[in-house]
Ligand binder design. Structure first.
Ligand code: APR
Length: 239
């Protein structure tokens, strides 16, 4: 059986990874999320954008994958599993998933904004959130080092996107978990799958634009629903 998983912020929320919308520190609440995650924001305030992502990088290092991430990894013992994630954390990998495509980049990759060289650290520590910190400079050209995140105004990287379309279109089941299913192009993947006759299972405590068209919509949290999902799939596939 081939399972594709499209995950979003909701699966990591239970591990304590905050989104812009629920930043518990309140420190960044005064900023428009666009300012912190766009090329415009980076160009006008690199020290602000760098501080935000450096803090999130260290924060993610301190949290653990939850039962939702672990269930997805455990499916690999029974199925061919491809994870497509909009999340920039590494919790799927740390739970043991081996094929993970990051559509929106990663908090664990950095490169030079000027010459594109990879930056391998060391990264400054940030035990407490700070609102401003100047990014390190590239050893090769002196340019500023930026996080490997796909910002508003940037194109999705081609390789993970192509892999995601292929996985969604050729799976037996696409599990869509923890995403509001409104941010395109990722939100188009369930449509690609449905058009190919792939069974689409949504896991989300809230209703989304996908809920009406998904084959099955499970109104539960990821950590509750995913560990119970695998035994239900053969019956879904048979119908
Ligand atoms: N289990 C499953 N789903 C959950 C849980 C949970 N425990 N908690 C919340 N959710 C759901 C919410 O109901 C919501 O529908 O997760 C979804 C999170 O939605 P968003 O915050 O919009 O996250 P996401 O869909 O990943 O956002 C897509 O938008 O902010 C940009 O680039 C960023 O990758 C992100 C993209």
């Amino acid at each position: 059986m081939r399972i594709a998983v499209l995950s979003g912020a909701g699966i990591s929320a239970e591990s304590g990874v905050p989104t812009f919308r629920d930043d518990k520190t309140g420190l960044w609440a005064k900023y428009d999320p666009y300012e912190l995650s766009s090329t415009d924001g980076w160009q006008s305030h690199p020290e602000r954008v760098w501080a935000w992502y450096l803090w999130r990088h260290h924060l993610v290092e301190r949290v653990q994958p939850n039962d939702g991430h672990r269930a997805v990894a455990a499916w690999q013992d029974y199925a061919d599993v491809t994870v497509i994630t909009q999340n920039v954390d590494n919790l799927h990998e740390r739970a043991g998933s081996t094929t993970v495509h990051h559509l929106h980049g990663s908090l664990f990759e950095f490169w030079c904004d000027t010459c594109g060289s990879r930056f391998h650290g060391p990264l400054p520590d940030m035990p407490e959130p700070e609102l401003e910190k100047m990014p390190p400079q590239c050893d090769i050209c002196g340019g500023l080092i930026r996080p490997g995140i796909v910002w508003f105004g940037e194109q999705l990287p081609d390789e993970p996107w192509q892999a995601a379309v292929e996985a969604a279109a050729t799976a037996d089941v696409l599990v869509v978990v923890g995403t509001s299913a409104v941010v395109y192009p990722a939100a188009g993947l369930p449509e690609v799958a449905l058009a190919q006759g792939v069974i689409v299972v949504e896991v989300n405590p809230e209703q989304t634009p996908l809920s009406g068209t998904a084959t099955l919509s499970i109104r539960e949290s990821a950590s509750t629903a995913l560990p119970r999902l695998l035994p239900q799939l053969p019956e879904l596939l048979a119908n």
